[in-house]
Design a protein around this ligand. Structure first.
Ligand SMILES: [Zn+2]
Ligand SMILES: [Zn+2]
Length: 300
């Protein structure tokens, strides 16, 4: 299985358009050791021909262009076989609306995420220009389904919440936020993709334990990262992202994993891990974790 990181930042990207935090300022002025990143999306393929996108970021056009295997091979064509949405946050699904050029799309999502995106959304009509423009395939928690003849997918419920624009409309539900396990049938290799994790529940722990490659929520290093920088009063867990650091952080909770590749993704622009020379970066490296960047590839 070939895995290509198209985007590695959390919502807002790095730098974020309205952010003047030390990281965003530093990457703009090239005064820190850090690289800009687009919002989270990953492409995977077993055969190098048919590709699946994990999440559709607002930067999808640039991301598809950035990777030649995703370019069309005929006058009207896309190697993107389907798109998997892990939750309904806009940084994960807004890109779907940018794929409106009359191309049939297949989208895997839980029923909750499908409803949250398509119901009462006047912009969704752009994906209803012709019959079957979008084929939704339901991700059912706990069932392993075929993506192709060589890949399967299984959705795992992850502590989370409905997207901000649906808070108050939708009561929280276990299907609001999922991680996925993608298994390559030929080799038995498993990718565990958990880019948005509000807490390391037993189901999350089980799902990553036997994986060969783990992508995990790297949004925040600490619980009070935003308030400390004067960026509002929301704490990491208010935003359904367990912080990585500290004795109760997700890295400590996850403990030792079998996976040969362990990669943190969905990094918020405030995260000290974005600085290549930060002590936090050295800490995660010592624990065997890499920090995702746009263009990173893994062969499983
Ligand atoms: Zn996000
Ligand atoms: Zn910032």
């Amino acid at each position: 299985m070939r895995i290509r990181v198209l985007g590695s930042a959390a919502g807002g990207g790095f730098p974020q358009w309205n952010c003047g935090c030390p990281n965003c300022r530093g990457v703009r002025t090239e005064t820190i050791k850090a690289t800009a990143r687009t919002q989270e999306s990953v492409a995977i393929s077993a055969d190098g021909e048919r590709w699946f996108l994990l999440n559709a970021s607002p930067e999808i056009r640039q991301q598809l262009e950035s990777f030649p295997p995703l370019h069309p091979k005929r006058p009207r064509h896309s190697p993107v076989e389907a798109i998997v949405l892990t939750n309904g946050d806009l940084d994960h699904c807004l890109g779907l609306l940018s794929l409106r050029e009359s191309h049939p799309l297949t989208v895997y999502a839980t029923e909750r995420v499908r409803r949250g995106f398509s119901e009462a959304n006047v912009l969704y009509r752009t994906l209803e220009r012709f019959a079957d423009q979008v084929t939704w395939r339901t991700l059912k928690i706990g069932s392993e389904d075929a993506l192709t003849d060589d890949l399967t997918i299984e959705a795992v419920p992850v502590p989370g919440k409905p997207p901000i624009h649906l808070e108050g409309r939708f009561a929280p539900d276990p299907e609001d936020n999922v991680g996925v396990r993608v298994r390559e049938i030929r080799t038995g290799k498993i990718l565990a993709y958990f880019s948005s994790v509000g807490g390391v529940s037993p189901a999350v722990q089980r799902a990553v334990t036997d994986a060969d490659c783990v992508f995990f929520d790297g949004t925040f290093w600490s619980e009070d990262e935003l308030p400390k920088l004067g960026l509002g009063d929301k704490r990491a867990r208010d935003m359904a992202h367990a912080p990585l650091g500290g004795v109760e952080g997700s890295l400590a909770t996850l403990g030792a994993l079998r996976a040969r590749r362990r990669i943190l993704i969905h990094l918020n622009n405030t995260n000290p891990l974005l600085r290549d020379d930060s002590p936090e970066r050295a800490d995660v490296a010592a624990r065997g974790w890499d920090v995702a960047y746009d263009g990173l590839e893994v062969m499983l």
